[in-house]
Design a binder for this molecule. Structure first.
Ligand SMILES: C[S@@+](CC[C@H](N)C(=O)[O-])C[C@H]1O[C@@H](n2cnc3c(N)ncnc32)[C@H](O)[C@@H]1O
Length: 280
């Protein structure tokens, strides 16, 4: 676990996981962004930018006439995201700033505030969002992509090794103060932030057996979570260990049972500010 208590930490391996996860999530994120009204020419604030994938995805939509500012409290993440964006040709269009969201301020107004997998980590997401949406112009859009990892029995026929491993993720997130079922709380959070009720969509990835992308996602997540799991006293099911064999073993357990897997549900929510929500 990192010094700031962030459950996934900031290791090189976690950044590799974020990039792999981004490839899996990008179509949903892009669909939420477009449905939510992200358009060419907009200026965008991306909350909890991590390795920078969401900021770059937003930049692809807003184009050369737009601009994206990604904010993250971890300086190493900001450094890596800045380097990646430069290498990928986004210089001048995407910039990253190091700040905790509750301290972030800007002297310009944005057309959009977006974020993926960030609200679940905030102690009071409604309050943070209420403050930050003051940085939007009236009619600006607010779009978030969040997750629900609380499915109690994700496999059928039941594969205990998988179900018990999957459950650990939600448990260690809860122990670290994050909300693994946050995707289900988007409506009350937007309303709590003083925003108009959002439109909400959900997609659930499903798979079967060792070939599913969900296997790599769970294995890489558990590897990043190892320090937090160990500190919390949570252990992997018997026969699994924190090394390169983890994905293969989870896949083999699924193949043995012939199980179908329900992955973590993806939620997109969006709204736009009005005269009254801009002056709260
Ligand atoms: C799971 S990562 C998501 C990264 C990126 N949005 C993506 O989907 O690839 C969450 C990020 O939020 C950042 N974060 C968490 N709480 C934060 C806070 N209070 N202020 C700023 N950044 C925060 C973490 O440092 C981490 O980089």
């Amino acid at each position: 676990m990192s010094d700031d208590g962030y459950v996934l930490g900031y290791s090189e391996a976690e950044h590799r996981r974020l990039r792999a996860q981004a490839r899996l999530l990008q179509p949903w994120t892009e669909s939420f962004f477009r449905s939510g009204g992200l358009r060419e020419g907009m200026t965008v604030l991306d909350l909890g930018a991590g390795a920078g994938d969401v900021s770059m995805a937003a930049a692809d939509i807003v184009g050369a006439a737009g601009h994206v500012v990604g904010v993250d409290r971890d300086a190493r993440s900001v450094e890596r995201a800045t380097r990646r964006a430069q290498e990928a040709g986004y210089s001048g269009r995407v910039e990253f700033r190091t700040a905790a969201l509750d301290d972030f301020d800007a002297d310009t107004r944005f057309d959009a505030i977006v974020g993926r997998y960030i609200l679940l980590y905030l102690p009071d997401p409604g309050k943070t969002l209420r403050r930050l949406t003051r940085l939007l112009r009236t009619g600006g859009v607010v779009i978030f992509h969040e997750i629900d990892m609380t499915e109690a029995q994700p496999t059928w026929p039941a594969c205990d090794v998988w179900d018990d491993s999957y459950r650990l993720v939600a448990e260690v997130f809860r122990a670290g103060g994050a909300q693994p079922g946050f995707g289900r709380r988007l409506h009350p959070t937007f309303v709590d932030a003083g925003l108009p009720a959002p439109e909400i969509q959900s997609f659930t990835p499903v798979g079967a057996g060792s070939e599913s992308m969900i296997v790599d996602w769970l294995a890489m997540s558990l590897l990043s979570l190892e320090p937090a799991l160990t500190a919390t006293g949570l252990t992997l099911p018997a026969g699994l260990s924190y090394d390169d064999s983890l994905g293969d073993r989870l896949g083999a357990a699924l193949d043995e049972q012939g199980s179908q897997i329900v992955g973590p549900a993806q939620f997109g929510a969006w709204t736009h500010t009005t005269e009254s929500s801009s002056f709260r």
